[in-house]
Ligand binder design. Structure first.
Ligand SMILES: [Zn+2]
Length: 418
């Protein structure tokens, strides 16, 4: 990194903007709630667009509302680089998740501009639509469509709880009136994507390290399992005749744990987070059980092997207990490996800035997971207090945010100069 990327971050301005964006919420401060296409979400988009225009960036919005704010290049024929994140927030959230990557990304660009740097290739700030799954039950809607991970016709069929479709919502919200298949970008359209984000975990704070460089993003697979046995009177149905759906489910939950721990890797995790039974009476044999199972890993073959093991266990247990089963995979996104060269670039920027950094895994997933399908990708993490996120008391200090923006600016400068 050469000296010209030793940029000055205007931390006071950035904090004012974070504050102002937090005020745009469906609920009073300190709660931040900005559900996709709600009145607050639309006002927040307007606020960010204004800041981008003020910074002299050229704006483009696609058919699902992804926003691209471009700092044009000396050489427009080179693929641009990009940074960005999201500004939608789940109900009862805080002010930093996503926002640090959007407003921090904007400040990184402004700081580079102020330093007199002229990018060889263009720099885009992307504000992704609906990273949070609140309205349509699917996370990373914008980046899934950008990367082709979600088919446009499947997206068009999405409905919210009031049965309003995505098409109806995006018309209401004033998105570009093109078809959803216009959203997709070609592989290689960007030279690189780097997202700044709060860690949403405790490691950086615990270790007193200001910067995390993400090497892998774990991805979940979600299974839904319906079990149906036979109910009956708890006194009258004798044990050899039982087809107890709860007992089958209980054995399956233990089989999930066994399958997950059998990989021997600490990165494999599995959770049976939902377990409901019917009829749920003390003197009645459970006739039905509904389970939802979340399995995550940073390596897809490992995770998929666990999924197969779970399915085999379900078949064996249900055969033995004479319980019928229906297993559905709700989603199984591929985990992503970050680009080694990009990770090394971020590491050398940290070194130049004399900011200690550690390499780490993102155990939550982000728009970067899908950007990895389009171009080399990595993420920069900053600490957040107690690892707390998705809560009103989510907090990163102005200094922690400034350090993250300095690293992002240095990284974008380095990449945009090449
Ligand atoms: Zn986020």
């Amino acid at each position: 990194m050469s000296e010209r990327f030793q940029v000055e971050i205007d931390s006071a301005a950035l904090q004012r903007e974070i504050e102002a964006l937090a005020e745009i919420s469906e609920q009073p401060a300190p709660v931040v709630t900005r559900v996709l296409f709600s009145e607050a979400d639309l006002r927040a988009r307007k606020f960010v667009k204004q800041l981008c225009s003020d910074a002299g960036l050229a704006l483009r919005e696609d058919a699902v509302g992804n926003l691209f704010a471009r700092w044009p290049a000396k050489n427009p024929s080179l693929p641009p680089i990009a940074t960005g994140s999201h500004i939608d927030a789940i109900p009862n959230a805080g002010r930093y998740d996503g926002v640090v990557g959007v407003l921090g990304g904007l400040e990184a660009i402004r700081a580079l501009k102020r330093s007199g740097f002229e990018p060889t290739r263009a720099v885009d700030l992307i504000v992704f639509t609906a990273e949070e799954p609140t309205r349509f039950g699917i996370g990373c809607l914008g980046s899934r469509l950008l990367s082709g991970a979600l088919a446009p016709d499947k997206a068009a069929g999405l409905r919210d709880r009031e049965s309003v479709t995505l098409d109806q919502w995006r018309a209401r919200a004033g998105c570009a009136p093109a078809a959803l298949d216009s959203v997709r970008l070609a592989r290689g359209c960007y030279r690189a994507f780097v997202e700044l984000h709060i860690e949403q975990g405790p490691l950086l704070e615990r270790e007193g390290i200001p910067i995390g460089i993400v090497e892998k993003i774990a991805a979940p697979a979600t299974l839904r399992l319906e079990l149906s046995g036979e109910g009956g009177h708890a006194g009258a149905v004798l044990m050899p005749a039982r087809r107890d759906a709860l007992l089958a489910g209980a054995e399956i939950a233990l089989a999930v744990e066994r399958a997950v721990t059998s990989t021997g890797s600490a990165d494999t995790v599995g959770t049976t987070g939902v377990f409901r039974i019917e009829p749920g009476a003390v003197n009645s044999v459970p006739c039905r059980a509904h389970l939802e199972i979340d399995v995550r890993d940073t390596l897809q073959p490992m995770r998929d092997a666990v999924l197969r093991q779970i399915e085999q266990a379900v078949a064996e247990i249900c055969r033995r207990r004479r319980v019928e089963w229906n297993l559905e995979t709700l989603n199984a996104d591929p985990p992503a490996q970050c680009d080694t060269e990009l990770v090394n670039t971020v590491a050398s920027v940290c070194e130049q800035l004399q900011l200690p950094a550690r390499r780490m895994i993102s155990r939550a997933y982000h728009d970067s997971l899908f950007m990895a399908l389009l171009c080399p990708m990595t993420m920069i993490f900053i600490p957040c207090r107690g690892g707390v996120s998705h809560r009103p008391d989510e907090y990163s200090s102005p200094e922690q945010i400034r350090d993250g923006v300095r690293v992002l600016a240095g990284t974008l400068g380095t990449l945009a100069a090449r």
